[in-house]
Design a protein around this ligand. Structure first.
Ligand SMILES: C[S@@+](CC[C@H](N)C(=O)[O-])C[C@H]1O[C@@H](n2cnc3c(N)ncnc32)[C@H](O)[C@@H]1O
Length: 208
């Protein structure tokens, strides 16, 4: 893989968060999907009953805050401090308490030891790009769980996303002063019907 274009995770999210921070409260709520998360998490984890959960890649608190509202004792960590700031704000707006900490998932085993009934991680493990890193993260999740504890890991199906979303086709790059590079891309927009009936309705030569 060409790593030249990949920012370190905290820097990537600091930039993304400052952009998302410009969204209206309504738009942020829409992105958070709070009712859907609450209902999914209740279905998967069961009733809280005073139990503890670690969200080890909490981001904006998308799952951690609904979990706290459902009555879980929530510890939530993330490698991105700027995301934790957003989560702190979200928890305070919702009037719940979440123990928020900066922690890289790969270091969980050094921080937590057999103390949670559940560990959740949503849309994050695929951001760890090496087998060794993934191994450390999964071992850390195991270490953080009480004996008999459970984990819920959710991923995105990237193939599905590429099928359903507009695709950006790289057309070339232009180098400008100060070491910056402008990427020129064409966005193909397709209807969902087109996506399911035809993998390449615009007839773009993807090898050319
Ligand atoms: C796509 S976001 C998902 C956040 C949240 N779970 C949600 O669904 O909104 C991925 C999160 O994983 C975090 N992350 C990526 N690599 C990480 C690592 N090595 N340790 C801890 N968090 C990490 C990112 O900072 C980001 O907040």
């Amino acid at each position: 893989m060409d790593h030249r274009w990949i920012l370190p995770v905290p820097e990537y999210y600091a930039r993304l968060n400052s952009y998302l921070g410009t969204f209206s409260r309504e738009r942020q709520d829409e992105i958070r999907d709070r009712d859907e998360w609450a209902s999914l998490l209740r279905q998967v984890l069961g009733e809280a009953g005073g139990r503890s959960v670690l969200d080890c890649s909490c981001g904006w608190g998308t799952q951690a805050v609904p979990l706290a509202k459902l009555g879980w004792r929530v510890t939530a960590c993330d490698v991105s401090e700027s995301s934790l700031d957003v989560a702190r704000q979200y928890a305070s707006e919702e009037g719940v308490s979440v123990d928020l900490r900066v922690c890289d998932m790969r270091d969980l085993a050094q921080v937590f030891n057999q103390q949670f009934d559940w560990v959740v991680s949503v849309y994050a493990l695929y951001e760890i790009l090496t087998d060794e890193g993934l191994h450390q993260a999964v071992r850390g999740i195991f270490t953080a769980l009480k004996p008999g504890g459970k984990c819920y890991l959710q991923f995105r199906d990237m193939d599905d996303l590429i099928e359903d979303k507009p695709r950006h086709v790289f057309q070339g790059e232009r180098r400008v002063p100060n070491g910056r590079i402008i990427w020129i891309q064409v966005t193909q927009t397709r209807t969902l019907d087109e996506c399911s009936n035809n993998r390449n309705p615009a007839g773009i030569d993807e090898n050319g």
